[in-house]
Design a protein around this ligand. Structure first.
Ligand SMILES: [Zn+2]
Length: 329
């Protein structure tokens, strides 16, 4: 999506070919300070990488990422350093950060980073010398889809990320839905009321226990092991373990065992999507996560299975959505 080029100026500002694919914005290439008068910095803090995106007006102009440090102190140090750098280069007027976990009253608690009710917003604002706004990363990604995705014509968007679990964000009337409690725990809507699979949240039959990428791989592995004559089993043995790639290779090869697993997966996926469509009446439901790179292989059977007329799209931004959306809070 991004194609970077450097201008000839001393500051080597980079301009990005934008999310809109309509060529390099010459006005930004001029590196005129006025162009950056409304520049915003978005930061997407993940367990593996911290991503940064600079947006001027409605145009993403620069992105970069660094490896996530391990300690709270180091994380705050590298983020503060980048904020100062971008503030100087782009005259940044706003900083937003998406974090992987719970955000309540500026306190953050994360699973794959070492924060527990940490006053992140306050500490970062003091260190950076400007107000820094923090929200959950899935909410930020949903905002990214609203501002820069192929769905930017929509006002009501639900983002569903199929990964280790199922995450997501809800946007109604162009605003992220917040509440006193965690909101948008889409993975924990119950789609199997009786004898459902146990979930880490304490319930049974949660959507993510059937439709996360992890759930699909686990089910593929279990079924392959029970059908040792199948193509799926042979491919799993050849690869050493079950992966998404192995599973979809078996689908491509017409393995009936894999197809059976996939039909069930798509069925559960459709039921969850129908529930979301019924509750929120969104203009579009955007699917993201590694598994959606399969494109039509997931979209076609899903659309055929859906009993409701709801617009479904695969994220055009994928892992860039978080940082871009954080800039637009
Ligand atoms: Zn659950």
């Amino acid at each position: 999506m991004y194609q970077s080029t450097k201008n000839g100026g001393e500051n080597k500002r980079r301009t990005v070919n934008g999310c809109f694919g309509d060529g390099i914005n010459k006005s930004i290439l001029a590196a005129d300070e006025a162009v950056y008068s409304d520049a915003r910095l978005g930061i997407d803090m993940g367990g593996t990488n911290i991503k940064f995106a600079v947006v001027c007006g409605k145009t993403p102009v620069y992105k970069t990422k660094i490896k996530s440090p391990k300690t709270i102190e180091d994380i705050i140090d590298v983020i503060t350093e980048k904020i100062f750098k971008f503030k100087k280069e782009y005259n940044i007027k706003f900083v937003g950060v998406g974090v992987p976990g719970e955000v309540r009253n500026g306190l953050i608690s994360t699973d794959n980073l070492p924060f527990d009710k940490f006053p992140f917003e306050k500490v970062l604002s003091e260190r950076a010398g400007m107000i820094v706004t923090v929200d959950n990363d899935a909410n930020c990604a949903a905002l990214g889809e609203l501002a820069f995705g192929s769905t930017k014509d929509c006002e009501n968007i639900i983002l569903v990320t199929l990964g280790t679990g199922i995450g997501g964000g809800i946007i109604l009337n162009r605003r992220v839905c917040h509440s006193n409690n965690n909101m948008g725990e889409l993975g924990h809507i119950i789609i199997q009321a009786e004898g459902g699979r146990k979930c880490i949240c304490g319930q049974s039959g949660c959507w993510e226990r059937y439709c996360s990428a992890t759930a699909l791989i686990k089910e593929a592995k279990r079924t392959a092991s029970k059908n040792k004559e199948s193509v799926l089993y042979a491919l799993m043995c050849k690869n050493g373990d079950m992966t998404g790639e192995v599973f979809f290779e078996a689908i491509d090869k017409g393995c009936t065992v894999a197809e059976r697993v996939y039909r069930r997966y798509i069925k559960y996926l459709a039921r969850g999507i129908e529930s979301l469509a019924n509750i929120f009446g969104p203009d579009v439901i955007v699917l993201a996560g590694g598994i959606t790179e399969q494109g039509d292989k997931i979209l076609k059977p899903l659309k055929a299975e859906l009993k409701k007329d709801v617009r479904i799209e695969i994220s055009s931004l994928q892992s860039d959505a978080g940082a871009l959306g954080a800039a637009m809070m």
